[in-house]
Design a binder for this molecule. Structure first.
Ligand code: FES
Length: 118
């Protein structure tokens, strides 16, 4: 499932615990929504697909964090995910994590590198 390095956005578009940037990846041969946010000073990328039901997480486009700017919250039924790892922290995700992506920040830009298990 390797994918070529691809520009997602300017690094300045991601603020700590703020709005994320949506983009698209190929996942098992199909286009799939993904997103990147900044947490702990680092860009973190995940497939935009809840592990409870395969729905996108954001409340409004790009809004992934809960009110405290720490956890990622699914807007459909409230699953709570760890922003740094994508691990399920509570709610209907029932222990199942988000699918993590490899992203990097370089020269003021955010790039998608592939899936964590590539
Ligand atoms: S679809 Fe995300 S919590 Fe149900």
């Amino acid at each position: 499932m390797a994918d070529a390095e691809r520009l997602i956005c300017d690094a300045a578009a991601l603020t700590e615990g703020g709005r994320g940037v949506r983009f698209e990846v190929e996942y098992f041969g199909e286009p799939a929504p993904a997103f990147v946010v900044r947490f702990g000073g680092t860009a973190r990328g995940y497939l935009n697909r809840c592990s409870h039901v395969a729905l996108e997480l954001d409340w409004r486009e790009g809004d992934f964090f809960g009110a405290d700017g720490r956890d990622l919250i699914c807007s459909a039924h409230g699953a709570v995910y760890d922003s740094a790892s994508g691990a399920c922290r509570g709610g209907p995700c029932n222990g199942a994590p988000l699918v993590p992506l490899r992203v990097t920040e370089r020269d003021g830009k955010i790039f998608f590198l592939g899936f964590a298990d590539d």
